[in-house]
Design a binder for this molecule. Structure first.
Ligand SMILES: [Zn+2]
Length: 438
């Protein structure tokens, strides 16, 4: 009965050369929930082959694993998932094959792959279940007012099956980054005119491109990725701030232009800040080039401010200046982006510091101060920050008087005099007048 309804799926599996005789054991099962998918992880004693089938009425996924057995008590699983209701063992299709059934709450599209042992993890079989119905791309919310918040995308590095670096006492980078990102978001949101958006708020895996895509979807004005360093020498220490290298930028430009021929979120997509699809390729290249140059310059200016603020609270900075690398997560031609390495988790003292909420608060505050400082002088048009902090300066021309200038900028003579600390109504040609914000 079942076989007739089976939808065979591609299986990426490892051949068990030389290991075939020994049955693999599924010793535990873990679940990660992201906003649109569930990741199911089987922890194994050795790599396995597997076959997936999708069944309907009721929705379920059948996993067949030859030469395997399961030692975990399936009735006692802690299932953190919107999609998986329960996991049970079912009658094997033939001798020696382990058949597991994932009963689903609704239909989901599976994608599976194997992972090699890493840190404390052994061989793993991963099944990603994507809730297709929930994967609706929301149209970007454009705040058309001329007083919008500046959007700061905050990206907690790693997550889920990707723990990142690990400290001497076992502290995982993915947890440090999430705590720090949440603290930074809280502090950013407490500033009038700034609004934080987190790429992830819980413990799940996000690809690097997905992280920047989320930022772009929210029309972020700034992207801050949070990480913690590690090195084989445990004495290495110090926080650092990174921006995209020129080389990384160049290869990214080439990638965007290649993508221009296909669909892309930047070049003409729905949620784009920069629609290049209307231009001929050479023109698009020049525009993108300028945009990237601007983005890197902005990242550097911001990065320096954040670096200087962090130097006040961190026991040590790893380098004297902002550093450059080709990190994928920084490859945003349209969003100034920095990566903050909060310290070396591999260093016992810094691991201890990063574990304390007090230190994380100080570090987050330093990053926030750098962001505020940057946007006070570089607020995008139409933002609350621009209205609050941008000082419009007018150069007095021949024939100008204070009354004329006041009228032109919709202000009063007394406000002009106050803003410029003027004692008389006299102005001279070339004089700089600060125009008070209305
Ligand atoms: Zn990292």
């Amino acid at each position: 009965m079942i076989t007739k309804q089976l939808t065979k799926l591609l299986l990426a599996s490892t051949l068990l050369l030389g290991f075939a005789a020994q049955a693999a054991v599924i010793k535990s099962m873990r679940f990660w929930q992201s906003p649109e998918s569930t990741r199911v992880v089987f922890d194994l004693t050795s790599p396995v082959e597997h076959e997936l089938s999708v069944l309907k009425n009721p929705d379920r996924i059948v996993v067949d694993i030859p030469d395997s057995r399961v030692t975990v008590d399936l009735s006692q699983l802690e299932i953190k998932s919107d999609l998986v209701k329960r996991v049970r063992q079912s009658k094997p299709p033939k001798e020696g094959v382990l058949r597991l059934v994932l009963d689903l709450t609704k239909s989901a599209e599976p994608n599976s792959f194997s992972l090699k042992p890493y840190q404390e993890y052994s061989d793993r079989l991963v099944i990603d279940l994507v809730d297709k119905k929930r994967k609706v791309i929301k149209p970007p919310v454009v705040d058309g007012s001329s007083n919008r918040d500046i959007i700061v995308a905050i990206d907690a590095g790693h997550g889920g099956e990707d723990p990142g670096a690990r400290g001497p006492t076992g502290q995982k980078e993915k947890h440090i980054t999430l705590e720090l990102a949440k603290e930074l978001a809280r502090q950013i949101n407490s500033v009038n005119g700034l609004k934080a958006v987190l790429t992830r708020e819980t413990d799940f895996y996000l690809s690097l491109r997905k992280r920047t895509a989320i930022a772009r979807q929210h029309r972020a004005d700034l992207f801050v990725s949070i990480h913690a360093d590690s090195f084989k020498n445990s004495r290495a220490r110090g926080a650092s701030v990174w921006i995209l290298s020129t080389r990384g930028a160049r290869s990214e430009l080439a990638r965007w232009l290649r993508k221009q021929e296909t669909e892309s979120e930047l070049l003409g997509g729905v949620d784009t800040n920069l629609d290049l699809s209307v231009y001929e390729k050479p023109v698009a290249q020049v525009i993108l080039d300028l945009q990237m140059e601007h983005s890197i310059q902005a990242s550097l200016t911001l990065g320096e401010k954040v670096h200087n603020e962090m130097a006040r609270v961190a026991p040590k900075m790893h380098k004297k200046h902002v550093e450059e690398a080709g990190f994928v997560v920084l490859k945003n031609p349209d969003i100034p982006s920095i990566l903050v390495e909060s310290g070396f988790i591999s260093n016992p003292q810094e691991e201890r510091l990063l574990k304390t909420s007090d230190y994380r608060r100080k570090l987050a505050s330093a990053v926030k101060e750098g962001v505020i400082d940057y946007f006070k002088s570089h607020a995008p048009d139409g933002t609350k920050f621009a209205n609050l902090y941008r000082k419009n300066v007018y150069h007095v021309k021949r024939g100008d008087s204070l009354i004329k200038v006041a009228r032109r900028f919709n202000t009063s003579v007394s406000k002009l005099k106050q803003a410029n600390k003027l004692t008389s109504n006299m102005v001279r040609i070339g004089q700089k007048l600060v125009i008070p914000s209305s």
